[in-house]
Design a protein around this ligand. Structure first.
Ligand SMILES: CCCCCCCC(=O)SCCNC(=O)CCNC(=O)[C@H](O)C(C)(C)COP(=O)(O)OP(=O)(O)OC[C@H]1O[C@@H](n2cnc3c(N)ncnc32)[C@H](O)[C@@H]1OP(=O)(O)O
Length: 168
């Protein structure tokens, strides 16, 4: 299925998932789709392995957590930040290293205090490797962390690799 991209989300400096200067991290990109979902793309490297040649399950959990958590921002002008309070995963296929993976997330339920979402990590051939669902507490950013947007280089960073369409 083809997903038309309507917006790229912010990256940061050192976040393990989205920090562009975290050499050990995933340096993932996040794209909002016309259909109201969020797609992350990243290519895991040898540093992210569990058993040789396979992505560590904790790292799979981390990218799913962030993709579902960021899905609350899709199509909004206002900022909503989430704190993960419950996350469950089902690991269905091993995930290889060194190939681009796609992670899809969406919000399934929302009220004034919480949001819930689901997501999946999809292999290059289209098979679903991991599914997840999470519950997040909404909170203002200054209640979650001391976050200096300039120091954290929190910005949308355009790249010539940014796709107009993602095929999954
Ligand atoms: C947009 C960017 C997306 C980013 C995605 C990535 C986000 C992250 O990685 S966050 C890091 C991982 N998460 C954490 O470290 C959270 C650790 N936990 C905490 O700090 C605290 O439990 C905290 C602040 C969430 C809540 O604590 P506290 O303020 O004392 O509230 P508390 O009264 O215990 O619970 C508040 C409500 O949440 C519910 N809740 C708390 N924990 C859970 C849980 N594990 N499962 C379900 N519900 C829960 C409670 O039932 C309660 O609901 P209600 O008021 O309706 O009865």
């Amino acid at each position: 299925m083809q997903h038309r991209i309507v917006k790229k989300q912010y990256n940061s400096k050192l976040c393990f998932i989205c920090g562009l200067k975290n050499g050990s991290g995933l340096q993932a990109s996040f794209y909002e789709t016309e259909g109201g979902e969020l797609i992350a793309t990243f290519t895991p490297s040898d540093e992210h392995q569990s058993y040789p040649g396979r992505l560590h399950g904790g790292i799979a959990s981390a990218i799913l957590d962030e993709t579902i958590g960021r899905a609350i921002l899709v199509g909004r002008e206002e900022e909503i930040w989430g704190i993960t309070i419950d996350l469950s995963l089902s690991y269905k296929k091993p995930i290889p290293l060194g190939v681009e993976l796609k992670v899809v997330g969406r919000i399934t339920e929302e009220n004034s205090r919480f949001f819930h979402g689901t997501g999946e990590i999809v292999l290059p051939g289209g098979e679903v490797a991991v599914t997840g669902k999470g519950k997040y507490l909404k909170a203002p950013l200054d209640k979650i962390a001391d976050f200096d947007r300039d120091a954290q280089e929190w910005a949308v960073v355009a790249s010539e690799r940014d796709p107009e369409i993602i095929d999954i």
